[in-house]
Design a binder for this molecule. Structure first.
Ligand code: PEP
Length: 259
């Protein structure tokens, strides 16, 4: 894990009004500045609603913040007759470093499958935006003990068609669906089991060097109280944080692995 810079990404989902959003990003930046956070040691990014991106860009640019930001979804197309979609070209112009693709909420409520997730990941890379590709099993699969095979099949489908250069930069987020927003956190051992298997799959799909370079995040009810034990696992390179990223002080603690 030595060569991989951990990434702590906050996923705000469909929360906060515009004033709260701009306040949160500033408060997070100030809190991390007060703590003398070293962004080169642990990268930090926030995944915000589309309607907040322009303002977040302005704040980040004005203060030359090292905080990264991005969107929570992207179109598989670059332009055209796709009413309601947001293209990667638009996101790139807004300075997005990352975009979440294939979040379980989009898979579940919007019928996104692995092929579409892979198309979105390629679409993001086409404009220089790094996709954070989400995978993870539901409770039924976990109860059957099939979490590894299920998640690896998602990895295979959701990274299909990436070039070697893209694969080396992609971020994979392992988010067991039963642990998202439920307060039910996977044990560090559960997280390690699947994250390690994901890295094995990347070795098989691409090369050992690529597998070693890819950051595999854990997501699911991460809080300041459980982050240190999760980050101690060798194949976990950061976290995708939902609820706890809406509080600047709590998220700053998570970024710094502090309880
Ligand atoms: C998420 O939405 O990616 C997530 C992990 O949510 P939470 O931290 O709230 O479980």
């Amino acid at each position: 894990a030595a060569a991989r810079t951990p990434l702590m990404a906050g996923n705000w989902k469909m929360n906060l009004d515009h004033h709260q959003a701009t306040h949160l990003v500033q408060k997070l930046a100030w809190t991390l500045k007060d703590a003398k956070h070293d962004y080169a040691a642990v990268e930090v990014a926030v995944m915000v609603p589309f309607t907040d991106l322009r303002s977040v860009q302005t704040l980040v640019d004005a203060d030359k913040l090292e905080l990264g930001y991005g969107a929570q979804d992207v179109s598989a197309h670059t332009d055209g007759a796709y009413t309601g979609e947001i293209s990667p070209v638009m996101l790139a112009k807004l300075g997005c470093r990352y975009v979440v693709v294939g979040h379980s909420e989009r898979r579940q409520y919007h019928g996104e499958d692995d092929a579409l997730v892979a198309a979105k990941a390629r679409s993001a890379f086409g404009q220089g935006i790094v996709p954070i590709v989400c995978v993870g099993e539901g409770l039924d699969i976990r109860k059957e003990g099939r979490q590894v095979e299920y998640t690896l099949a998602q990895v295979e489908g959701s990274l299909a068609g990436l070039t070697a250069e893209q694969a080396a930069q992609v971020v994979v987020a392992y988010e067991p669906v039963w642990a998202i927003g439920t307060g039910e956190v996977a044990t560090p051992e559960d997280a390690q089991e699947v994250c390690e298997a994901i890295r094995g799959k990347l070795r098989e799909m691409f090369t050992p060097e690529i597998a070693d370079a890819v950051r595999v995040l854990y997501g699911g009810s991460v809080k300041s109280g459980n982050i240190a034990a999760i980050m101690a696992k060798p194949d976990v390179d950061g976290a995708l944080v939902g609820g706890a990223s809406l509080d600047a002080e709590e998220f700053a603690k998570i970024v710094r692995y502090q309880s």
